[in-house]
Design a protein around this ligand. Structure first.
Ligand SMILES: CCCCCCCC(=O)SCCNC(=O)CCNC(=O)[C@H](O)C(C)(C)COP(=O)(O)OP(=O)(O)OC[C@H]1O[C@@H](n2cnc3c(N)ncnc32)[C@H](O)[C@@H]1OP(=O)(O)O
Length: 179
């Protein structure tokens, strides 16, 4: 039986530095996170992404049917997740690794599953290592706003996840020693 500590040390969990700043992408240009690399597709349903000349990021998205909450509409957790993903890709599209520190989501209208949607995301301001990013999800065709989000992303160096693994091992060790 594996433990959480075993999983953290599994060699295929190790990423090279370039995996963070220049991650594998789909044909639609979508940067792939950990578990989506094996599937070669974004499991949240982000199908295409691009950064325009003005610095706005555009995403073609569709809510997968398995993310249905109410009848024919997305679970709110999907809406929050995909906005976290899209807004968090703005630093990545600028070759910068960051993690979400804060995220606020307004659920304006129910989000239909299996329909083409668009997410637009932009930088409001940058202060120190903090990127303040906003975005919105709209229905296609047309431009009805379904959800809005804003948050703070904090830039990290590529040692972030290794430091986390060491911290986790310390937590496990102290929990074991204290019984
Ligand atoms: C290709 C795919 C690549 C993979 C991308 C993966 C993206 C993710 O995993 S996102 C996952 C969800 N988010 C997380 O797991 C983050 C968990 N939280 C953390 O790791 C930490 O709390 C972290 C990094 C945000 C801040 O760590 P901390 O030790 O407080 O850092 P610290 O050095 O004190 O602060 C760094 C900066 O963050 C700011 N900050 C910290 N927490 C917050 C917060 N909650 N809100 C706003 N700002 C904050 C500080 O003010 C500081 O700003 P500055 O450098 O401008 O003075």
């Amino acid at each position: 039986m594996s433990t959480s500590g075993d999983r953290a040390r599994t060699p295929n969990r190790r990423w090279a530095g370039s995996d963070f700043q220049d991650p594998p992408r789909t044909a639609g240009g979508v940067a792939l996170c950990g578990a989506c690399r094996a599937a070669s597709a974004c499991r949240l349903g982000v199908e295409r992404e691009r950064l325009d000349e003005a610095g706005t990021a555009w995403f073609d998205v569709s809510c997968p049917h398995e993310q249905e909450g109410g009848p024919n509409v997305a679970h709110g957790g999907w809406t929050a997740s995909v906005l976290d993903e899209c807004l968090g890709h703005v630093p990545l599209l600028n070759s910068t690794l960051s993690v979400t520190a804060e995220l606020s989501v307004s659920f304006v209208k129910p989000v239909p599953v299996g329909r083409p949607l668009r997410v637009r995301a932009w930088v409001e301001k940058r202060e120190g290592s903090r990127w303040y990013i906003s975005g919105e999800m709209t229905l296609l065709p047309g431009r009805a706003v379904l959800a809005r989000a804003s948050g703070i992303w904090v830039t990290r160096d590529t040692g972030h996840f290794d430091r986390h693994e060491r911290w986790l091992a310390e937590q496990d060790a102290s929990a074991t020693s204290s019984g």
